[in-house]
Each structure stands twice: as structure tokens, then as C-alpha cells.
Design a binder for this molecule. Structure first.
Ligand SMILES: Cc1ncc(COP(=O)(O)O)c(C=O)c1O
Length: 434
């Protein structure tokens, strides 16, 4: 196969890419003296070069000011979390009082369910996707048990139809309608971590409300990846992490959205802590909890500044890039290019590289999940890894890849193509021992 034509095309696409320079703002691991082909931004985003100084600033302020850093640090720690409200609400299409950054993602899912999953005799069921990320399943399962209910009667899981990979949204809507009298909560992932399927947030939320249920979203794979308009879509609540497309570093803090109609309601039951208490009287240290009338009213603890500092650096880059619109444009083009390359390699080698991610740009983000058939998918994945491609392997035979518009370029995908083509042929011809 002559790959020259693909190389020329990749270089042309890079030349006309308005976001090309942003790649330089990130640190790439290296393989044999070259940047790796990093296709796992859906798992852990790359480090912004500005993250180190953002973190050092806080360490320095701690060294210089000690406790007084709460007020004298460059970004005073007592209000540190407030810096994230504007950029985060912009990314997720929320109002400032609907957004807060705190804790880890699964912790926040539990905190949100403490408020928004209040089963009673009539309404107690939760509907979710059957192949949600395991942590979400564990959170739902344990919430149900926490309320003394049993999982089999309470949790309705909707998966792909027999022999399919993608969930047909009509099945979700039908199940919502079927259980409408007992449904308390619909809890979905905005983008499925395995297939990359993007769900129609507005439609599913509307259907949940029509059935008298609340609707919450795990947006771990959606934030910084696809455009979101949570306020307009009347989402009740959502949470996400910041270490994937938001590039804030391993285990970094989670974001939370609570729709204004709930966020302003200080009578809603919740698990409280001093950082959720009315900030004008917080330091009076009085006994009675008075939550703030905003998403901040769900905070428990003062801000983990070191975990948050890289997030600030990363969100500044999103602002510099002009927000989600230009990023999404490039993301669609990069994914289309990756699909073109996969199809060309499959065609010339005769090996099936079946993309299970939906093809419509409405239904997919910056992730392409490929089912390998005809050769060992794991051998192919190993071969890619040995040659500097960082992708993600999922049993039984799926390779997940995420071309991320902030730091991947079209040439990355071309270099991937060379390695893929060579790898497929080598394995097919039996030259590669498993
Ligand atoms: C969709 C989804 N939900 C939940 C989690 C768990 O996140 P955390 O460990 O930050 O709670 C992950 C982690 O990758 C995820 O992808």
C-alpha cells in the first residue's frame, strides 16, 4: 500500500488547522526520541506546560504565607474554587450559580443522589445504561441498598439490542415510559466510555421529566469533548471529572452542575459541610447549617488547592482556544480522518477494523472504538504500543482511541496509520508471536 497520498493529505490538513499551535502547550511522553502518538486523552489528558507553574505558585504561596495564604496567596485559597465557576459553566452551558468544582467524581455522584434520589413507596426505580462505567453502577447499586431496597427490583438497565453495540435511544425512551409510575431517577452517561456513543441529553431529560422522574448525567467523557447546554436542556444534575479531556491531571477534582431550580432551593435535603454554609457567616462557626442558595451549597470541604491548580492552567487553554466551538470543529475533522485511515488499512489488508462508535457527528465525540476481527486484537494493540502508539485496550477485542483537538494533529493519525498497517500485516502473516 502506498501511503504517500495519506501523508500529503495529513500535512495539508495540519497546515490549515487554526488550532495547530495549541499542541505546543502540552507535554508528550516520548518513545524512541519522538513524541508518542497519544490517543488516550479520553482516559488521562496530557499535561499542560503551564500546569507545573500553576502548582508551584501554590507551593510557593504556602511557603511564603503559611496559613495567611488563605487571604494573601496570589489566588487566595479561601475563594480558590470560585475561579472555576466562569470557565466551567461556559464549557457545560450552565449558569454561574449552577456550577461548583469539588471532590472526586464518584463522591459527587453519591452527594447528588443523596439529594436527588429520595425513593418512596410509589417512586423508587432508577433507570441507567447497562454498560455504564463500573463506578456508576457501584454507586447506583449501593445507593439502592442504602435505602433498604433491592437492586433487582429497583435498577432498570438498558443495553444494546442482541448483536449490537450501540444503545438504541428508542429503547431508553420506551423503558422510561413503561416504568413511568415508579421511576424516581434516570441516571445516564453523556458519552459511553466503551463505545463513545453520545446520548441525546435534551431528549432523555425531557422524557424523564414527562414521566415525573429526575434526570442526572455523568459527563466524564463529555466535558471538554462535546458541546453541552445543561441549563437549556433542563438537566437536574450532573457531575464530571477533570482528568480526561480537561487535562487537569490524575485524580483531579470533579465538577458539578445543579439546575438553578434546585440549586437555589436551600430546603432540599443534602449531606452538608462547612464549605456549603452561607459564606457571609461561615467563620462565625455557628451550629446551624445554612446552605448557600447555589451549587456551592453542596460543598463539604475547603478547596484542595494542589489538585485544582493544574485545572486552572488547563481551563485557561480552553479559553485561549475560543471554547468548544472551534475545538469541536477540529475534533470532527480529526475523527473523520482517523476513520478514513482505518477504513483504508482494513480495505488493503482484508482485516476487519470495525468502528463501533456511531458515525453521525451528533452521536459521537473525540473517540473511535474499533472492534478487531480476523486477527488477535490484543496482539495488534501490543504491536501498536511497542511502536509508540498510546491507545486503550478493552476486553474482549476493542481498541479505543481519542484524537483530541487541543493536542493531536492530523500527522499523528498518519503516523498511527503507518504503524497500524505494518502491525496488521505482520500479525496476519504470522510473524508476530502472541
Ligand atoms: C464515566 C466515568 N464515570 C466515573 C468514573 C470514576 O471516576 P472517579 O475515579 O474520578 O470517581 C470514571 C473514571 O474514569 C468514568 O470514566
Amino acid at each position: 500500500m502506498n501511503l504517500d497520498h495519506f501523508k500529503t493529505k495529513a500535512l495539508q490538513l495540519d497546515k490549515s488547522d487554526a488550532l495547530a499551535e495549541f499542541r505546543r502547550l502540552f507535554l508528550f511522553p516520548r518513545h524512541q526520541n519522538r513524541k508518542v502518538i497519544y490517543l488516550t486523552g479520553n482516559s488521562l489528558g496530557l499535561q499542560p506546560i503551564t500546569a507545573r507553574n500553576a502548582l508551584l505558585q501554590e507551593l510557593d504561596d504556602w511557603a511564603v504565607h503559611g496559613v495567611e495564604g488563605h487571604f494573601k496567596a496570589k489566588h487566595p485559597w479561601y475563594a480558590y474554587h470560585e475561579m472555576f465557576v466562569a470557565p466551567m459553566s461556559h464549557l457545560i452551558g450552565g449558569l454561574p450559580d449552577e456550577v461548583v468544582v469539588m471532590n472526586g467524581l464518584t463522591t459527587n455522584l453519591h452527594l447528588l443522589m443523596a439529594t436527588f434520589y429520595r425513593p418512596n413507596k410509589q417512586r423508587y426505580k432508577i433507570l441507567c445504561e447497562s454498560k455504564a462505567f463500573p463506578s456508576d453502577r457501584y454507586a447506583l447499586e449501593t445507593q439502592i441498598r442504602h435505602h433498604g431496597l433491592n437492586v433487582e427490583d429497583t435498577l432498570i438497565e438498558i443495553g444494546p439490542r442482541e448483536g449490537e453495540y450501540i444503545v438504541d435511544e428508542r429503547d431508553i425512551l420506551a423503558a422510561i415510559a413503561d416504568h413511568r409510575d415508579q421511576l424516581a431517577l434516570v441516571m445516564m452517561g453523556g458519552v459511553n466510555y466503551y463505545t463513545g456513543q453520545v446520548f441525546d441529553i435534551a431528549r432523555i431529560t425531557r422524557a424523564s421529566h414527562d414521566a415525573g422522574a429526575l434526570c442526572g448525567w455523568d459527563l466524564a467523557h463529555a466535558v471538554g469533548n462535546i458541546p453541552l447546554k445543561l441549563h437549556g436542556d433542563t438537566v437536574d444534575f450532573a457531575a464530571w471529572c477533570s482528568y480526561k479531556y480537561l487535562n487537569a491531571g490524575p485524580g483531579s477534582v470533579s465538577g458539578v452542575f445543579i439546575h438553578q431550580k434546585h440549586a437555589q432551593n436551600t430546603t432540599l435535603p443534602r449531606l452538608g459541610g462547612w464549605w456549603g454554609h452561607d459564606k457571609t457567616t461561615r467563620f462565625k462557626m455557628e451550629p446551624n447549617f445554612k446552605p448557600m442558595p447555589s451549587a456551592e451549597g453542596w460543598q463539604l470541604s475547603n478547596a484542595p488547592v494542589f489538585a485544582m491548580a493544574p485545572l486552572k492552567a488547563s481551563l485557561d487553554i480552553f479559553i485561549q482556544a475560543g471554547g468548544m466551538e472551534p475545538l469541536r470543529r477540529k475534533s470532527i475533522a480529526l475523527s473523520a480522518w482517523l476513520r478514513e485511515v482505518l477504513a483504508a488499512v482494513a480495505q488493503t489488508t482484508g482485516v476487519q477494523l470495525k468502528v463501533i462508535t456511531p458515525s453521525s457527528s451528533e452521536r459521537c465525540g473525540a473517540q473511535v472504538s474499533v472492534l478487531v476481527e480476523g486477527i488477535s486484537g490484543k496482539s495488534l494493540f501490543d504491536r501498536l504500543s511497542e511502536n509508540g502508539v498510546v491507545a486503550d485496550w478493552r476486553e474482549p477485542n476493542v481498541i479505543r482511541m481519542a484524537p483530541v483537538p487541543l493536542y493531536n494533529n492530523f500527522e499523528d493519525i498518519y503516523r498511527f496509520m503507518e504503524i497500524l498497517h505494518d502491525g496488521v500485516l505482520t500479525i496476519k502473516e504470522g510473524k508476530y508471536a502472541e
